[in-house]
Design a protein around this ligand. Structure first.
Ligand code: SAH
Length: 340
């Protein structure tokens, strides 16, 4: 008998499973560990076949933590009192870009809160300098910007943009972004299309297991990522932050037992593995949130279960403790320094 291995199935172009909504929910709820192991092995084989066997390293620099939004899960939200706010200077950002190059990264990801004093000219200048001085690919993750700003940044040389939907359910989106003006979810979905039209490689993604998210919601997220044809999908576990409304009221906001998705590394890895099957050529990071919850071990394991990208944190020491989106022991935030 010629045994069918994940490799031979992948090489034959045959994915062994159907991946409709019902099947995805089935995989997310699967209790048979042997079947889950087979899912992971197949995702690993697809990853190797379609994006190669080497991990890609991106340098991540968190260029500022000021934010005009009040996302209920995020520690940078405008509601957060007492957190010192910073904005890195162009020279500081360029220093991090050179470090990224030196550490073997092919891409610099610049991420920030949604800066109430966003300066387009200054940002375009930074993008131009990073491109000219390092030749790195540039990914931006700066929140919602209007079409003109996105066009100008693309013109300055930005290659990719990462805009997470966090959840593809408009109803759940509203629950965790109550302060968003208008229809925040629709704005983000429209922006993803604009980014594609402007020639950006487009990334999105979301959180696994935030209070109120059901298995069907998560399955819908994965299907939506596939139908958006994303180049990159960042999927991480929700991390409870005690200084956020969602962190404080998790128990009250959770879906009923049996429906609520657990915010675990193992569940995140299932979501990533299924995304690898749905979007075989996408770049899927073993996210920083996975590392925070599961340690270096959880992150390494994710790279054998469908993920192919690692984000190297390059935010300089004086600032990194203040990019406090969720508690991260590695950032050694002195809580006393942020309390009012
Ligand atoms: N401000 C930009 C960039 C956000 S990046 C924007 O809105 O697009 C910060 C990312 O960290 C978020 O997209 C979210 O996915 C993640 N994040 C924030 N708080 C989190 C939490 N408590 N648990 C897990 N992920 C979180």
């Amino acid at each position: 008998m010629n045994a069918r291995t994940p490799e031979t199935e992948v090489q034959a172009g045959a994915l062994p499973w159907r991946l409709d909504r019902e099947a995805l929910v089935g995989w997310l709820r699967e209790v048979d560990e042997d079947r889950v192991a087979r899912l992971f092995a197949t995702a690993d084989a697809v990853r190797r076949e379609r994006v190669g066997d080497h991990t890609r390293y991106r340098g991540l620099v968190e260029i500022g933590n000021d934010c005009q939004r009040a996302c209920l899960y995020c520690g940078l939200g405008a509601h957060r009192r007492g957190l010192p706010r910073y904005r890195m200077s162009p020279d500081e950002i360029l220093g991090a870009a050179h470090e990224a190059l030196w550490r073997g990264c092919d891409t610099l990801v610049m991420q920030s809160g949604e800066d109430p004093a966003f300066d387009l000219e200054r940002m375009c200048g930074v993008v131009r300098r990073v491109k000219a001085e390092t030749g790195l690919a540039v990914t931006l993750s700066l929140g919602e910007l209007d079409d003109d700003a996105l066009g100008a940044l693309r013109g300055a040389g930005a290659d990719r943009y990462l805009l997470k939907l966090e959840t593809t359910s408009p109803h759940l989106y509203r629950r965790i972004h109550p302060a968003a003006e208008g229809d925040g979810w629709r704005t983000r979905a429209r922006m993803l299309r604009t980014l594609g039209a402007l020639g950006y490689a487009v990334g999105s993604g979301g959180m696994v297991g935030f209070p109120g998210q059901t298995f069907a919601d998560l399955a819908d997220d994965l299907l939506a990522y596939a139908s958006l044809g994303l180049h990159m999908v960042g999927i991480g576990p929700w991390v409870a932050h005690p200084d956020t409304p969602l962190g404080r009221h998790a128990a009250r906001l959770s879906a009923p037992p049996g429906w609520q998705v657990p915010a675990t590394v193992a569940m995140t890895q299932r979501a990533v593995a299924l995304t690898r099957l749905l979007l075989p050529a996408a770049h899927l990071p073993a996210t920083t949130a996975v590392e925070v919850v599961g340690g270096a071990e959880g992150q390494a394991q994710s790279l054998e279960r469908g993920a192919n990208v690692v984000m190297l944190g390059l935010t300089p020491a004086p600032h990194r403790a203040h990019y406090d989106i969720y508690p991260n022991p590695a950032r050694a935030l002195s809580r006393a320094s942020t309390e009012v």
